[in-house]
Design a protein around this ligand. Sequence first.
Ligand code: KG4
Ligand code: ZN
Length: 410
Amino acid sequence: MKQKGTTILAIETSCDDTGIAIIKTSGKKKPCFDILSNIVSSQVKIHQKYGGVYPTLAKREHQKNLVTVLKEALKKAGVLRKSKCLGLRLTSRRLEKLKEILKREECLLKELEKFFKKYQKPKIDAIAVTVGPGLEPCLWVGVNFAKTLSYYWQLPIIPVNHIEAHILANLLPQISENPKSQQIKFPAIALVVSGGHTQLVLMKKFGNYKIIGETRDDAAGECFDKTARILGLGYPGGPAIAAEAAKIKVQSSKLKVKLPRPMIYTKDYDFSFSGLKTAVLYAVKKKHGKAPLRSAFSRTTEGRQYIKQMCVEIQQAIIDVLIKKTIKAVKNYKAKSIILGGGVIANKELRRQFKLKIKNLKLKINFLIPPKNLCTDNAAMVGIAGYFRWRNGKIDNWEKIKAEANLRIR
Ligand code: KG4
Ligand code: ZN
């Protein structure tokens, strides 16, 4: 492996964001990272009407978007070069191989063929790709796309775990709101909270992880998304609920609506959020007779006030449980760092209350939290996780790589 100037092309398609990034790393003992490009094409508008991600639609969109996003990422990174002999023909052997890899992604194959004819192999050293966990059809598009690039450009491929990528997003440049705390001191407790996962992970060193707790049913992001739907708010639910909640300043104790804090006092580190969703559903039905809340009631002054109060309480219930269990893990494992990651960590109140809690408890601990745009899915975080995997010799032959929807971090 080159010690200086290693450039990684990273691909992320585990859910509804099509992401490609080019990151450059230098130095080995204390690696430095430079994000040359980090393009994310969001499918939010497409999934909005379903109130959640529709996997087959997401797969189709990834197929449509990947080559465009690739071109944009290479161009922004300054490594997109037109081929010297335009109209270059692919040899039939190579074309057959591409067809074989992309036999389920025909429209992607057509786009890629055009791309390979028009552009040269870029100056990159390896390809990192999210192989799991995530939505299986979506993961496969990214994996097959990475395989094609790896085969065609003769580059090594690095399989990346999406949860590890969320954790290591904290090491990307200028990421910490407190630049002094960018280093991870071990042992560390990582809380990863997204639309698909809520996990507490003990990290003893790079590449050494143990899940100590996780949700037994819905993920916290899923709870935001589903309760937002019950309240007749948009998708994704997290930002929609946060925006409603921010419209009123009221102490939780003074709210008229009250929700449970599921599993907050249990001895383990597990979570459960489906009961919270059900509690919201029952409360709305009791108040209004039916759900979702889309009728004239939601436009009355009383209705609007009710929605805002409910949003404050949903957000607070989730925050209370997440903070309580994380701090318990930090104390019991004598952790030296707290690392946060995943889409829900973009929540402003959660960020504020976490910092406040650490301050009030006078915890001497490194607190790592990514900027909001690196909390939600992106490929730069896949690139950095890929780098650490590569450093540990976790490279694979493109023929061996496969998507694993239920991949666990270890
Ligand atoms: O990590 P992510 O982008 O995708 C997955 O890996 O699932 O997380 C998406 C989740 C969604 O459930 C979304 O509602 C939630 O993150 N989310 C938020 C916020 N922004 C995104 N939840 C609460 N507050 C936010 N500001
Ligand atoms: Zn994610």
